[in-house]
Design a protein around this ligand. Structure first.
Ligand code: PLP
Length: 421
């Protein structure tokens, strides 16, 4: 609607509609403002378009228009997003416990299934108790404010996830930021934060753009020396790293030493939705009493919870999915490195193929898509300036032929674009 037609509308509007049309005209101003903002985003080349998928999430997906492509950009690390056992468990959950809860946990939104899943997650991580959230974004958003106040300090890795940054913002504790995985800098910040009542070091387990893991053994060492608690966000590491997929506490042999672990059901563990915080029992109990995203947001639905229980049953039984994922990652990395690609040091299933130039990263990804390989090129401001890359995410759902096809496409385009010889 143009402003002119809007004013005609205003004239013909009945008196009681006056308020409404005034609001529409007010919207006219913000509308212009938003359109300019959107143009700015577009001009900067930062406009995010969504590719429409018309099949389940899997190694091989069908995108709108009928193309079938190999998927190397989902967080479907264990290939569980379309696993028949999880689909069956979700159905069973719906059949036996219904569709939705229509309540928060503490009013009438807690079923036996929720308690069971919380116990299974604690068993998986070797922790005392677990609290479920609608997502890990909420788990992180609601973790700090109930535990810490202005007398305390949070010491946070510079590459931590947006939800940790937001959670820290919602809390009155003093903030310190250390350079990514830089233990000397962490030590300096711990020294600066000495006078506070409590200190907590918080880090992602695996950093999503490089694939490196936080050095948990050294972090625990510093935490012991400077009397700090440790919180780790295992979203990209749980299910993935460590011989049996227990995450960075297994990778660095520090199980039981981390006070707070947050994680998601939305990546390796089935990929639907749901988050959790697991750790010391008093911490979890305080979160149940005071964590706002838990208190004021709906319970996870039975289907999701039931499938979650199935995931952790599978994890307790076998680590064959981890074996396959680790084998796939090793195979992919070795072949890409020997082809001459420059790859960031990684300890996870995230493989950053460095191209440095933003335009090249977009061109490369687009040419790979023509070859049937779906990956994303990332550039500033998602990654530092002149650090553009293609991020490949390996999955246990990938078969050797998928990996070979991806490597062959990388080599072909790499040569065509002069990235490798
Ligand atoms: C994906 C992710 C989250 C958010 O998890 P959701 O369950 O999708 O809200 C939080 N932290 C990290 C490190 C993540 O990678």
């Amino acid at each position: 609607m143009t402003l002119q037609t809007l004013s005609i509308f205003t004239l013909t509007a009945k008196k009681e509609r006056y308020q409404t049309s005034k609001q529409i005209i007010m919207y006219g101003k913000i509308k212009e403002h938003l359109q300019k903002e959107l143009e700015g985003i577009e001009e900067a080349g930062l406009f995010k378009k969504e590719r429409i998928i018309v099949s389940p999430q899997d190694a091989l997906i069908e995108v709108e228009g009928g193309n079938r492509v190999l998927n190397f950009c989902a967080n479907n690390y264990l290939g569980l997003s379309n696993h028949p056992d999880l689909i069956r468990a979700a159905r069973d959950g719906m059949d036996s416990r219904g569709f939705g809860m229509s309540s928060v946990r503490f009013i009438c939104g807690t079923q036996d299934l929720h308690k069971k899943l919380e116990t299974k997650i604690a068993e998986f991580f070797g922790t005392e108790d677990t609290i479920l959230y609608a997502a890990c974004f909420d788990a992180n958003g609601g973790a700090f404010e109930p535990l810490l106040s202005q007398e305390d300090a949070i010491i946070s890795d510079s590459l931590n996830h947006a939800s940790i940054i937001d959670g820290v913002r919602l809390c009155k504790a003093h903030r310190y930021r250390y350079n990514n995985a830089d233990m000397e800098d962490l030590q300096n910040k711990l020294l600066e934060a000495r006078s506070h009542r409590f200190r907590v070091i918080v880090t992602d387990g695996v950093f999503s753009m490089d694939g490196n893991a936080a050095p948990m053994d050294q972090i625990i060492g510093l935490a012991e020396k400077y009397d700090a608690m440790v919180m780790v966000d295992e979203c990209h590491s749980a299910g993935v790293v460590g011989e049996t997929g227990r995450g960075v506490t297994e990778l660095f042999d520090v199980r039981g030493k981390v006070d707070i672990i947050t994680g998601t059901l939305g990546k390796a563990f089935g990929g639907a939705i749901g988050g959790f915080t697991t750790g010391r029992k008093e911490i979890i109990e305080i979160l149940r009493q005071r964590s706002r995203p838990y208190l004021f947001s709906n319970s996870l639905p039975p289907s999701v919870v039931s499938a979650g229980i199935k995931v952790f049953d599978m994890m307790a039984e076998t680590h064959e999915l981890q074996d396959k994922l680790h084998g796939n990652t090793k195979y992919f990395l070795e072949n890409m490195r020997s082809a001459g690609f420059d790859i960031k040091p990684t300890q996870s299933a995230i493989i950053a193929v460095m191209l440095y130039d933003a335009r090249l990263s977009q061109e490369f990804a687009s040419r790979l898509l023509d070859e049937g390989i779906y990956v994303i090129g990332f550039y500033y401001p998602v990654v530092p300036k002149d650090q553009a890359r293609i991020r490949v995410q390996v999955s246990a759902a990938h078969e050797k032929e998928h990996l070979d096809k991806c490597i062959a496409a990388f080599k072909k385009i790499g040569k065509e674009l002069g990235v490798i010889k």
